[in-house]
Design a protein around this ligand. Structure first.
Ligand code: HEC
Ligand code: HEC
Ligand code: HEC
Ligand code: HEC
Ligand code: HEC
Ligand code: HEC
Ligand code: HEC
Length: 462
């Protein structure tokens, strides 16, 4: 009797213990970080919770990836890189089989940014954006050798002026870089990494004030409103708001922590303020060896973009007050006028900016004696057709008539219809007439085509 009772008691308590253990294990498995992120996601987006492991098997690799189990709600990066084909690891690296963050993130390329210049060759270049016979498609080589990356001209100018080198020909870049086959006469074969430790005082100062806290493609930005941006390819193609806040719904990215992309999105429709995270934020004073900030924008707190509607803020934010500009220079976006090769480079290491900045006012408006040059689009114009295809704001078809630059690039968003040129913004889709100088009442001197001459009569007051 006694023994039976004891046995029953023992049996009951071990069952209870087992149940308790099962509940505990169940609770723990329900409370894994990935499940918590999904709960946060469903709460934030006010959807009924549907918590389960999310697996993708991308066509390009055939290997399962569990990243989206935590990064739920992260936008597909672009229509050219669909999740079903690319997954996450083809760009980011990492370990797709783990549901633990530290294990999953082992081997991430470039930290948060696989487009950083240190890893772009591997993340973006391999089989995709490099290695073609057509130089126009080798964007990784182009960007690495571009002046926005190397700053070769600026460095040479400073070192020459302060007696640190005896020639004006660039010897150094922000980083070292080579080119086995320069395609132009001025193209350099090599730049050595900037000698910050050379012992020359100018090198040390320049490294501190300009290169490290700088606006070159490889440099981290200042952590301040207006400056927030990423590096490398993402410095232009991943948009940052002026306040640096994330607007998407991935629960792992805090929406109130400045310094994140606006959305997980690569775009070629780059708005002016993205370029201005580096350009037009202030002036570098050679004499003071220091960067002087613009004083017409709020230095702290919410940027103007958060306070004003886009229309009014544009004129204010666009350019520095010291400059003079025509209507189209602040009304249009930078990429309307500046071509892909001007911006991403043409594959050569150029010694100075003047060689790579060739769009001029007359490219679009012509002169008193000439209309702008227009060509008919044919199948050979692959770059322009590709650019139009990935941009949702304008179309380009074989047979269209568009402006061509002196280096043979098409401005695919301009179109000649019934003898009149129309420009469709690559960023907003708005259309504008492009009126020719010829036949207007313009009083320009044909030999004086630089913008400073035009601004004498066409400056726009703000
Ligand atoms: C267990 C949840 C979890 C999984 C699984 C996971 N992540 Fe993350 N990830 C996070 C969290 C949380 C962060 C926020 C920063 C941090 O805590 O590391 C993050 C940050 C990142 C970042 C930014 C890193 C940085 O340095 O700022 C990248 C890129 C990223 N994850 C990619 C991936 C990829 C690719 C995978 C799959 C291979 C993956 N993650 C799997 C939770 C996860
Ligand atoms: C085509 C390449 C590409 C693919 C594919 C891709 N990403 Fe990204 N991702 C990027 C780039 C570029 C950035 C850098 C943004 C930046 O530097 O601000 C980024 C940023 C991120 C961040 C950083 C967030 C932050 O600000 O802390 C996370 C997290 C992330 N990606 C996760 C993923 C996950 C998960 C997948 C798969 C669903 C994925 N990515 C697919 C290119 C890609
Ligand atoms: C300084 C800004 C900037 C940087 C940095 C940059 N791009 Fe671009 N990219 C542009 C602009 C501007 C365009 C052209 C958009 C237009 O006018 O249609 C473009 C277009 C492209 C296109 C589409 C058009 C084409 O020719 O196929 C690809 C692909 C591209 N970039 C890849 C890259 C890669 C890869 C990197 C990094 C190695 C990179 N970009 C870095 C500004 C930049
Ligand atoms: C990461 C910072 C950064 C971003 C973002 C950036 N630039 Fe630049 N840009 C530079 C630097 C640095 C130079 C080199 C200046 C020099 O050599 O004197 C430069 C030079 C230029 C030049 C002169 C020609 C050349 O190739 O050197 C043009 C035009 C230009 N940028 C346009 C743009 C446009 C348009 C965008 C946006 C699509 C943009 N930039 C985005 C930093 C940047
Ligand atoms: C309406 C066309 C147009 C727009 C829009 C435009 N630019 Fe320019 N940009 C030019 C022209 C033309 C020149 C050459 C000026 C000259 O002839 O003296 C130039 C020169 C430059 C230069 C080299 C000379 C210098 O002043 O440093 C840079 C860098 C530059 N632009 C960057 C930008 C950026 C960044 C934006 C957007 C914020 C932008 N541009 C918007 C037409 C434009
Ligand atoms: C990409 C082509 C393009 C380039 C390059 C360009 N413009 Fe324009 N321009 C336009 C367009 C488009 C308009 C029409 C804007 C509108 O109607 O709102 C315009 C309008 C004008 C006007 C008439 C509006 C006014 O201010 O009264 C003048 C003058 C002008 N541009 C001068 C210039 C000067 C000077 C430059 C060089 C700094 C230049 N443009 C470079 C496209 C261009
Ligand atoms: C000495 C003054 C002067 C200079 C310098 C000048 N312009 Fe003009 N421009 C004018 C006048 C005046 C008009 C006629 C305005 C009108 O009809 O409303 C005009 C008209 C134009 C128009 C036609 C605008 C339209 O909407 O029909 C364009 C485009 C233009 N100029 C571009 C330029 C460019 C580019 C330069 C520099 C290479 C330049 N101008 C230099 C005075 C000048």
């Amino acid at each position: 009797m006694f023994t039976t009772n004891r046995r029953v008691a023992l049996f009951v308590s071990s069952i209870l213990l087992l149940i308790a253990a099962v509940i505990l294990v169940f609770q723990q498995t329900q409370n894994q970080p990935w499940q918590q992120y999904q709960r946060m996601y469903f709460k934030r987006t006010q959807q009924p919770a549907d918590i389960r492991v999310r697996q993708v098997v991308p066509q390009l690799t055939g290997q399962p990836e569990l990243c989206l189990s935590c990064h739920m709600g992260l936008a597909e990066i672009s229509p050219s890189h669909p999740v079903e084909a690319f997954g996450c690891i083809s760009c980011h690296g990492g370990n797709g089989l783990s549901l633990k963050a530290d294990q999953a993130h082992t081997g991430l390329r470039g930290g948060k940014n696989p487009g950083d210049l240190l890893v772009a060759q591997e993340s973006c270049g391999l089989n995709c954006h490099n290695g073609f016979a057509d130089e126009g498609k080798n964007h990784v080589d182009g960007v690495l050798r571009s002046l926005q990356g190397t700053y070769a001209g600026g460095i040479a100018q400073v070192r020459f002026s302060f007696g640190a080198q005896s020639t004006e020909t660039p010897l150094y870049g922000v980083y070292g870089i080579t080119d086995d086959h320069p395609a132009t006469a001025a193209g350099l074969a090599e730049l050595t990494a900037f000698p910050a430790q050379s012992g020359h005082p100018i090198d040390q100062k320049f490294a501190e004030n300009c290169l490290d806290a700088g606006c070159h493609l490889s440099a981290a930005p200042r952590a301040e409103p207006y400056f927030y941006r990423s590096t490398g390819c993402a410095a232009c193609h991943v948009i940052y708001q002026n306040d640096g806040l994330y607007q998407g719904s991935d629960p792992t990215i805090p929406p109130d922590e400045p310094g994140h992309m606006r959305r997980h999105e690569l775009t070629a429709a780059i708005p002016f303020y993205q370029c201005n995270h580096c350009h037009n934020r202030g002036n570098y004073s050679l004499r003071q060896m220091d960067f002087l900030l613009r004083d017409d924008l709020p230095p702290a707190g919410a940027p103007i973009s958060a306070q004003m509607p886009a229309e009014g803020r544009r004129l204010r934010e666009y350019y520095q007050p010291i400059g003079e500009f025509t209507l189209c220079e602040w009304e249009l976006d930078c990429i309307e006028c500046h071509t892909s090769a001007e911006i991403m480079g043409d594959g050569d290491i150029h010694p100075k900016q003047q060689e790579m900045q060739y769009t001029q006012c007359h490219t679009c408006h012509g002169t008193l004696e000439e209309l702008p040059t227009v060509v008919t689009v044919s199948a050979q114009h692959q770059t322009a057709l590709r650019q139009a295809q990935i941009n949702p704001n304008y179309t380009l078809n074989i047979g269209d008539q568009v402006i061509i630059t002196e280096r043979g690039e098409l401005m695919g968003n301009t179109k000649q219809v019934d003898g009149r040129l129309i420009l469709t913004s690559k960023v907003t889709g708005k259309t504008y007439p492009v009126n020719p100088v010829m036949g207007s009442g313009c009083q320009q001197t044909v030999a004086e085509q630089e913008s400073r001459y035009c601004h004498q009569c066409h400056a726009y007051a703000r």
